[in-house]
Design a protein around this ligand. Structure first.
Ligand code: NAP
Length: 299
């Protein structure tokens, strides 16, 4: 099958389109899809660069990708509620390819294109997971740091659905986008604490999807237990919870699918590239200037 793979760590140029990658099979509890679109996430360039390998050598070719949309063509043992031919989106490894196995999935909302659906799973699952950790009540104030990013936008959308007052940090150019999503925008960088003070006299919870300004985020929250980070491992040293996974992804995706089908959350595909242009897609992702999800179109 066609896939994007790499055989050595390095820059975007190590990503190569091949036509003979082995096809995966749906094992027990999983489905296989004919991939229509897959999204590019920051995790992908962190793996590609070798940053996650801690010096270990590559054992063989690696196909990147965490999420995709497509049509089910194999149903693994023990799987119910989904059939060959169903359009779905979900989470699974090695999704920069013609076929991929999903470990968690949900129906693709009809109103969304395959590209939009490919961009729903990782942000949606992560957002519900971290919002669940903070467990805020309707009316409470949430600050999302890095709110205009692919995951940040999902946190804002799902925070608004949960009835929270959401303040989001972003570059000036993304402030209208945050307003459209229902958040009050504020610029990140020097002076963040006083800018947030001008908007509110207290913040009940902070989600760090930006990975910077930990001291300021702690000052805004007032206590490390009101902060959850998904982007800064070092935050743990300050007593902040870091969330990297866990939870019931099937349940989260079912909720995300329902809300997207009802038009209550929206995904902004910043740019779609052809699968063969994966290196350019990584360059854009690494710039941290996409203002939304980056998608690779496969079929
Ligand atoms: N732990 C997990 O489970 C998990 C899951 C998903 C993602 N993540 C991580 O979460 C992070 C965000 O992911 P993403 O997909 O949203 O990335 P993304 O789409 O690349 O977004 C990055 C955002 O960071 C903002 N940003 C750039 N420079 C910044 C700075 N100096 N301070 C604060 N924000 C800044 C940008 O805002 P502007 O465009 O407004 O400048 C941009 O919107 C990544 O590190 C990713 O690996 C973790």
């Amino acid at each position: 099958m066609r896939a994007i793979q790499f055989t050595q760590y390095g820059g975007p140029e190590v990503l190569t389109l091949v036509g003979d990658a082995p096809e995966p099979s749906a094992g027990a509890g999983a489905v296989r899809i004919r991939v229509h679109a897959t999204a590019v996430n920051p995790f992908d360039y962190k793996v590609r660069s070798g940053m996650m390998a801690r010096g270990a050598a590559l054992a063989g070719p690696v196909i990147l990708g965490l999420e995709a949309s497509g049509v089910v063509d194999q149903v693994g043992q023990g799987v119910t509620g989904v059939a060959v031919g169903d359009a779905v989106f979900g989470l699974g490894p090695a999704t920069y390819a013609e076929y991929a196995v999903l470990r968690a999935w949900a129906p693709k909302p009809e109103r969304l294109s395959f590209a939009e659906a490919a961009a729903l799973a990782n942000g949606g699952e992560t957002a519900l997971r971290v919002l669940g950790l903070l467990a805020l009540e309707p009316g409470q104030v949430l600050l999302v740091h890095g709110a205009a990013g692919g995951v940040g936008q999902a946190i804002v959308g799902l925070g608004v659905v949960a009835g929270l007052r959401v303040i989001g940090t972003a570059s000036e150019a993304n402030h209208d986008l945050l307003r459209e999503l229902g958040a009050e925008p504020v610029a990140y960088g020097d002076g963040l604490v006083s800018r947030v003070d001008q908007l509110t006299d207290h913040v009940d919870g902070v989600i760090d999807a930006g990975g910077t300004q930990l001291d300021e985020l702690l000052a805004i929250a007032g206590s490390p237990d009101r902060v959850v980070s998904i982007a800064n491992y070092a935050a743990r040293d300050a007593g902040v919870r870091f969330s990297g996974g866990g939870g019931d992804a099937m349940e989260a995706l079912a909720r995300v699918s329902e809300l997207a089908a009802a038009g209550r959350i929206a995904v902004r595909v910043a740019r779609a590239f052809d699968l063969a242009e994966a290196a350019d897609a990584h360059r854009l992702s690494e710039s941290r200037r996409a203002s939304g999800k980056i998608v690779l179109t496969v079929a």
